[in-house]
Design a binder for this molecule. Structure first.
Ligand code: NAP
Length: 280
């Protein structure tokens, strides 16, 4: 049987810790506050922002959603981000994607001070993560590492394959695995024969956005599989990038979807807001 690496208890523990720290900060007259820049009508982005707001509120963190509208210009977005960057009452900032056509998150996140860049979106944060310097890594990448740590998965000397090379998941996860002394391979849509690469890996982290693509053909017996994929199906259910039924009994362990990386990511995002507030 493949062991399921649930993120539920880990996430609950982090949230409880965050809640305690929020109370302490408020005793020192600091009210941890997250500012979110939104400029899209995309339903899943709006759903995601509202879900963060709900989770933050239940931990006592205030959330300001600055909805600039899907027609916001580059100047309006820059002004919106700069206002939050200059506001000492706002401790963490998220620039929600997608952004209006022609506006790049890379350019806009140049306006984010690293001290408030709680989802590691900006080039300074990404650079510091790559250098192994203290920084906010993207929450999802950190969630993957926390899950591996929680379940005491040895990383040192392992061969770890990251499937996917996005800036929010694949690349930072690869950097963090490297810092944990894994030998890291990154696969993407141009990689030849991903299954045979994956069959050499002790740990496979999958973030591709292709429901059920990773099946038994990709798995070395006993390998640890972290499924980052969250793909809603026609019935609104969330599917992972891994075909859990196909890898069952072959993989040593697998994170479930839902209930694996997702809840830990949200909890870490809240933890980052509190850490940012503590530094003020
Ligand atoms: P993304 O920006 O679309 O990147 C997908 C990556 O997968 C790209 O690097 C792409 O390669 C690669 N890829 C696509 N098809 C492939 C294939 N057949 N074989 C190998 N590589 C392939 O996606 P993302 O933002 O990283 O998100 C990936 C998944 O994670 C999505 O399901 C998303 O919803 C989920 N996600 C979950 C969380 C969470 O907290 N649980 C957070 C963020 C994202 P190229 O670079 O060559 O195009």
């Amino acid at each position: 049987m493949t062991k399921l690496l649930s993120g539920a208890d880990l996430a609950a523990g982090i949230r409880a810790d965050v809640k305690r720290q929020v109370v302490e900060l408020k005793e020192h007259h600091i009210a941890p506050t997250l500012g979110i820049i939104l400029a899209t009508g995309d339903e899943s982005a709006i759903w995601y922002v509202n879900s963060i707001k709900k989770a933050a509120s239940s931990a006592g963190i205030a959330v300001q959603i600055h909805d600039l509208g899907s027609r916001a210009s580059a100047d309006e977005l820059v002004a919106g981000v700069s206002r939050l960057a200059d506001n000492s009452a706002v401790h963490g900032i998220i620039i929600q994607t997608p952004l209006p056509k022609g506006i790049s998150i890379g350019d806009l996140s140049l306006r984010l001070p690293a001290s408030k860049d709680i989802d590691g979106a900006g080039p300074l944060s990404a650079g510091r993560v790559t250098l192994g310097e203290p920084a906010f890594a993207p929450s999802t990448a950190e969630a993957v590492m926390e899950l591996l740590h929680e379940y005491q998965v040895p990383l040192d000397g392992t061969h770890s394959l990251v499937v996917g090379r996005s800036s929010v998941v694949g690349k930072p996860v690869a950097q963090l695995l490297l810092q944990a002394n894994a030998t890291v391979t990154i696969a993407h849509s141009h990689t030849a024969d991903v299954p045979s690469l994956a069959r050499q890996a002790d740990i496979v982290v999958v973030a591709i956005g292709k429901p059920g693509l990773i099946d038994s053909a990709y798995i070395k017996p006993g390998a640890i599989i972290i499924d980052v994929g969250t793909n809603p199906d026609a019935h609104g259910r969330l599917l992972g990038d891994v075909d859990a039924a196909s890898v069952d009994g072959i993989a040593g362990a697998l994170t479930p979807v839902p209930g694996g990386v997702g809840p830990v990511t949200t909890a870490i995002l809240l933890r980052h807001v509190v850490e940012a507030a503590k530094r003020t």
